[in-house]
Design a protein around this ligand. Structure first.
Ligand code: FAD
Length: 382
């Protein structure tokens, strides 16, 4: 509980991914008494296993443009405020689009326009992000650093438990009930359950959230200093044929190199700790690594992680952020798809304004309101 103010608005944030943690941070900073409930560990799922890539303008001309632009700038100011460069690997970086065709001969020590460590059969580099427009964080360290600050500085209370349901009286939220029966009384609730939103009855009765499973590996090259801060978005053709794939490669300031891709639609397991990578997808990512750079071959790099996690997706591809119609004090924030790390800060900051002040100014949240699903349903009935 926020120790400074016993009359503060009580808010229970459900879910300890980047969206729940950013909401808890900004709510507590605005003076709310926040309890965060996480069923497993903070950033145990996509928010810990994502790439952590941030882009200012890659969502331009789409519904998420204003959210993404505000959030990119918030990431920069948070990194200054929280010493993000040191604590969670925040850094601007250059981003290249590169074509790799497995069977072609290697370019040697980096072809024209390629960093020298990209010495496999990579061709046609083009700069698609500069240090002004693209950056990165280590997503697990970012989420955990933000929560540690929220706890130490603003008194956020963290509870490990599975949220079972929200209780209401007269159309207004009263409490959150955890599995096992513990009841937490509250004035407001934020449901930030990522892909598990689709398994939470209250939300699932209103709109669909499903999970797309994506894989990643983390490598630790023997010569980390050879790897420059260049993110690579690949168009990758395997020598076995098939459609080109689009894996991504992210060197981190820790000296590690993260690769992700291989997305499939699969049922989200109930328990986040049960999610494991499919061996074939992991094998392909290792093959990609060895074709991108000799520094990432088995003999030159240790495998630190082979993992998978689920992107939270909605049917219209737009996040759902706002108050649930007909249930005062109950808010949802989910469906951030492949941009949750980027869009976490603006989502949390805007929600905190909506809950504490009654209106969000940093981003207009109307476009994201869950009421778009209920009015559509009503439209069908009429
Ligand atoms: C491979 C990969 C790479 C990615 N790369 C990027 C990137 O570069 N940039 C970017 O912006 N985004 C990226 N993303 C997307 C980003 O990771 C997600 O959009 C974001 O992490 C979603 O955050 P979340 O908090 O909504 O969900 P999650 O991280 O899934 O967190 C939900 C949390 O809720 C908890 N929970 C669930 N049910 C309950 C319950 N009943 N009670 C209590 N707790 C519960 C879970 O345990 C979990 O910790 C990537 C995703 C993947 C899979």
């Amino acid at each position: 509980m926020n120790p400074q103010n016993e009359t503060a608005k009580r808010v229970v944030v459900c879910g300890g991914g980047v969206i729940g943690v950013c909401s808890a941070y900004f709510l507590a900073k605005k003076g709310a008494a926040v309890t965060l409930v996480e069923r497993s560990a903070v950033a145990c799922a996509a928010s810990g296993k994502a790439a952590g890539f941030l882009a200012l303008d890659w969502c331009d001309n789409g519904p998420v443009e204003s959210l993404a632009r505000a959030s990119f700038n918030l990431h920069r100011s948070l990194a200054e405020e929280l010493n993000g460069a040191e604590l969670y690997g925040y850094r601007p970086l250059t981003t290249l689009s590169v074509t790799v065709t497995e069977s072609q001969s290697s370019s040697g020590s980096g072809g024209k326009g390629l960093p020298s460590w990209v010495d496999g059969p990579a061709k046609s580099p083009s700069t698609i992000g500069t240090t002004q427009t693209t950056a990165q964080v280590h997503p697990q360290l970012f989420t955990r650093t933000l929560l540690a600050t929220a706890t130490e500085k603003y008194g956020v209370d963290v509870v490990v438990g599975k949220v079972d349901r929200v209780q209401a009286e007269g159309g207004r939220v009263e409490s959150v009930v955890l599995e096992g029966g513990r009841v937490i009384d509250t004035d407001a609730v934020v449901l930030a359950l990522g892909p598990w939103s689709g398994k939470f009855e209250l939300l699932a009765s209103m709109f669909r959230v499903y999970g797309m499973k994506a894989h990643s590996i983390v490598l630790e090259p023997k010569e980390p200093n050879a790897i420059t801060p260049h993110a690579l978005v690949l168009s990758y053709r395997s020598s076995r044929g098939g459609e080109p794939m689009d894996p991504e490669v992210y060197p981190r300031p820790t000296g590690e190199v993260y690769l992700c891709g291989m997305t499939t639609k699969e049922e989200v397991p109930d328990d986040p700790d049960q999610i494991t990578g499919n061996p074939e997808s992991i094998r392909v990512l290792k093959e990609v690594a060895r074709n991108v750079s000799s520094h990432l071959k088995e003999e030159n790099a240790q495998v630190k992680a082979e993992q998978a996690c689920f992107l939270p997706c909605t049917d219209d591809g737009v996040p759902v952020i706002g108050e649930i119609p007909g249930l005062k004090g109950c808010y949802v924030a989910t469906g951030h798809n492949c941009w949750g790390i980027l869009n976490g800060p603006a989502t949390g900051a805007a929600l905190s304004e909506l809950i504490v002040d009654g209106i969000a100014t940093i981003v207009d949240l109307d476009r994201f309101s869950p009421s778009r699903f209920t009015s559509r349903k009503k439209g069908l009935i009429i």
